[in-house]
Design a protein around this ligand. Structure first.
Ligand SMILES: C[S@@+](CC[C@H](N)C(=O)[O-])C[C@H]1O[C@@H](n2cnc3c(N)ncnc32)[C@H](O)[C@@H]1O
Length: 190
């Protein structure tokens, strides 16, 4: 079984080329992106959230699965990195780029979302209850990089292990860890 996606967003290669040029090594891999697109397609006209835009690979995949009436808010603390994403995806009116620390953003935000892809510490290793509070019942919650990554700092492994260990006890969340791609968790908000 080949699990390499056959459909990729048109702008993805240009985004990844910019990532290579600027030394950004944290974009999601294609299999993860394809799953994001598939899950995005399951929420017609949904409200989507990404914490940690990076250079926009994940957002490009999400957008490729979103319907015309859907909306994505993508939050990133690093303006230079997000500028790359904006250059490639800024023409898509469905995507709203927010330059903010996700920790601050979670404090201020009161919206309601159908889907969250959390790719930085707030909303995953810290502030998970606050993130889940923004999700509708039935909304999906996705995280990646649960398997060791070359970009991890030395002290990161215990953080991931603790997250995975605590997840089954989170009362309003039904999660499935997946030993696939970079290591994913796909969960539904109860
Ligand atoms: C793994 S990369 C994101 C990759 C992107 N989501 C994708 O799928 O291609 C994580 C990003 O989160 C950003 N980040 C880290 N801490 C953050 C924070 N507290 N608030 C917002 N962004 C943060 C980093 O600057 C980095 O660009």
């Amino acid at each position: 079984m080949r699990d390499v996606p056959c459909r990729r967003p048109a702008c993805l290669d240009a985004i990844l080329a910019d990532a290579g040029r600027t030394g950004f090594a944290m974009s999601c891999e294609d299999r993860t992106g394809s799953l994001l697109a598939t899950l995005a397609a399951s929420k017609p006209n949904g409200r989507f959230l990404e914490l940690g835009t990076g250079v926009g690979a994940g957002a490009a995949w999400l957008a490729s699965g979103m319907t015309a009436g859907a909306h994505l808010i993508t939050v990133e603390a690093n303006a230079a990195v997000q500028a790359i994403a904006h250059r490639h995806l800024g023409g898509d009116a469905r995507i709203e780029f927010v330059h903010a620390d996700a920790d601050d953003w979670l404090t201020q935000e009161a919206g309601v979302f159908d889907f969250a892809y959390v790719d930085c510490r707030p909303g995953k290793y810290v502030r998970l209850p606050d993130l889940l509070a923004l999700l509708k019942p039935g909304a999906l919650y996705v995280v990646d990089d649960m398997l060791p990554q070359a970009t991890w700092p030395d002290d990161h492994q215990p953080r991931v292990e603790d997250f995975l260990e605590r997840l089954p006890e989170v009362p309003n969340c039904r999660a499935t860890p997946m030993n696939w791609a970079s290591g994913l968790v796909v969960a539904a908000r109860l």
